[in-house]
Design a protein around this ligand. Structure first.
Ligand code: SF4
Length: 378
C-alpha cells in the first residue's frame, strides 16, 4: 500500500475482522472471558477509539489500554517540580504542548504561564536550545519526557549544547524506558493479558529483540503494530493466529518502519548521554525499577535536577480519581466515577484526560459515538 487512505479502507477492515472472528470461534473463546490484548502505546489507544475499531472486532476480544502515553503517567509531583523551576525569575521553561495542561497539586504549567512565568511550547528540544542561544542572559530549561521515541532527540540536543559550549541550557529529564515497564505489568498479579500490540514508534528506535523475553519467559505473543486502522486489525489477527497455533513469538507487522535491529545512531546517542535510574515513579503504577533515565555525570552541567533545588514531593491523586485502575486495565475509562462529570478534557483531574493519547480523553472524544461501519474508511 502506498497512500494513507489505503490503510483506512473500510471494506478491507471488514474482511480482516471476519477472519479474526473465524479464528476466535475456532479458538473457542467465550464472551465471559474475552481475550485481552494490551496496546502499550497511547497512539494505538487514540487510533482504536478514533476509528471505532472495537466495533469491527468480536466481543471475545478486548483492548487493555496500557501505560504508553508519557504525559498520562506523569506524577503530580513532577508537574510541581516543573512549576517550581518555571517560576524562577531568570528561567525560560520550555516543554512540548501536551504537558502544559497536566494538573499539578496546585497548578498546571498553563496556569503558571497565565500568572506570568515565562513558559514556552516547543516542537523539539533543538528549539529550546535555540531559545537558549537567543537569550544568553537567561537560563533555559527543557522538560524532557517520553519513551525511547523522543529520547534520541533530547540526547542529540545535549550533545549539540556540549559541542557549542552553551552553558545556559539544562534538561529536566523525565524520560522513561519501555521494557522494565512491560515487565512490571506482566509481574502484576492483577493483570490478565493474552498478548501485546507492541509500540511501533518505540520499536523503530529499539528494534524487536528487546521484547523477546515476553515470549520466552512470560509465554505471551507480541506483535509490533503500526498506527493505521488496518495495521491494528492485522496485528490483532496475527496475535489470535499465534494463540490458535499455540505459538508465543515476537512478530513485526510494522516492517515498513521498524527494523529488527532498531536505529543504531539513535541508540548510540541514548547510551552516550543517559543512564538508568534505580527506580522511577509512575502515576497510577507506583515506583518501577530501572524504568527511567537520568543524565550521565559526564554531562552533569546540563542536569536541571542538580542545578535547581526541587520540591520532589510525592503527591497522591484525589481519592475519587481512578487513573491507576484505568492504566492497568482494571476498569474502562468510562467506569471511573469522575469520567465526563468532574473530569473532562476541559477540566481534567487526571492526566489520562489531558493528552489526546490518554485513554480517558480518547474515550471521551470518540468512545461514546457509534460510527456506522459504512462511514469508516471514507
Ligand atoms: S476520568 Fe479523569 S480521574 Fe477518572 S481515570 Fe480518567 S483521567 Fe483519571
Amino acid at each position: 500500500m502506498k497512500y494513507v487512505d489505503e490503510f483506512r479502507d473500510g471494506e478491507q477492515a471488514r474482511q480482516i475482522a471476519k477472519k479474526i472472528s473465524a479464528l476466535v470461534k475456532e479458538l473457542g473463546v467465550s464472551k465471559k472471558e474475552p481475550l485481552q490484548f494490551m496496546e502499550v502505546c497511547g497512539g494505538h489507544t487514540h487510533s482504536i477509539f478514533r476509528y471505532g475499531l472495537t466495533q469491527f472486532l468480536p466481543d471475545e476480544i478486548e483492548f487493555v489500554h496500557g501505560p504508553g502515553c508519557p504525559v498520562c503517567v506523569l506524577p503530580m509531583g513532577v508537574v510541581d517540580d516543573c512549576v517550581s523551576i518555571a517560576e524562577r525569575d531568570n528561567v525560560i521553561f520550555t516543554t512540548f504542548g501536551d504537558a502544559m495542561r497536566v494538573p499539578g497539586s496546585k497548578k498546571s504549567l498553563l496556569q503558571a504561564k497565565a500568572e506570568g512565568s515565562d513558559i514556552r511550547m516547543v516542537y523539539s528540544p533543538l528549539d529550546a536550545l535555540q531559545i537558549a542561544k537567543d537569550n544568553p542572559d537567561k537560563e533555559v530549561v527543557f522538560f524532557g519526557l517520553g519513551f525511547e521515541t523522543t529520547m534520541p532527540s533530547t540526547a542529540l540536543t545535549i550533545l549539540q549544547a556540549d559541542k557549542e559550549n552553551i552553558n545556559n541550557f539544562a534538561l529536566f529529564c523525565n524520560h522513561i524506558t519501555i521494557i522494565p515497564t512491560i515487565k512490571a505489568m506482566l509481574d502484576s498479579p492483577d493483570m490478565r493479558l493474552d498478548g501485546f500490540l507492541g509500540p511501533g514508534h518505540v520499536s523503530m528506535v529499539i528494534g524487536t529483540q528487546p521484547y523477546e523475553f515476553i515470549a520466552r519467559d512470560y509465554h505471551r505473543p507480541l506483535v509490533n503494530a503500526g498506527f493505521e486502522p488496518l495495521d491494528i486489525l492485522q496485528s490483532v489477527y496475527m496475535l489470535v493466529k499465534q494463540l490458535l497455533e499455540k505459538r508465543c513469538e515476537v512478530e513485526n507487522q510494522y516492517k515498513r518502519i521498524v527494523p529488527p535491529e532498531g536505529n543504531k545512531v539513535a541508540l548510540q546517542s541514548i547510551a552516550e548521554v543517559f543512564e538508568l535510574r534505580e527506580f522511577f515513579e509512575w502515576r497510577g503504577l507506583g515506583s518501577i525499577d530501572h524504568s527511567g533515565v537520568r543524565i550521565k555525570p559526564k554531562y552533569a552541567q546540563y542536569d536541571a535536577e542538580l542545578k535547581y533545588e526541587l520540591p520532589k514531593l510525592k503527591i497522591a491523586d484525589p481519592d475519587s480519581a481512578q487513573c491507576g485502575e484505568v492504566v492497568t486495565g482494571v476498569i474502562k475509562p468510562n467506569e471511573c466515577k469522575l469520567f465526563g462529570k468532574a473530569c473532562t478534557p476541559e477540566t481534567p483531574i487526571g492526566a489520562l484526560m489531558v493528552s489526546t493519547e490518554g485513554a480517558c480523553a480518547a474515550h471521551y472524544h470518540y468512545g461514546q459515538i457509534e460510527i456506522p461501519l459504512s462511514e469508516v474508511g471514507r
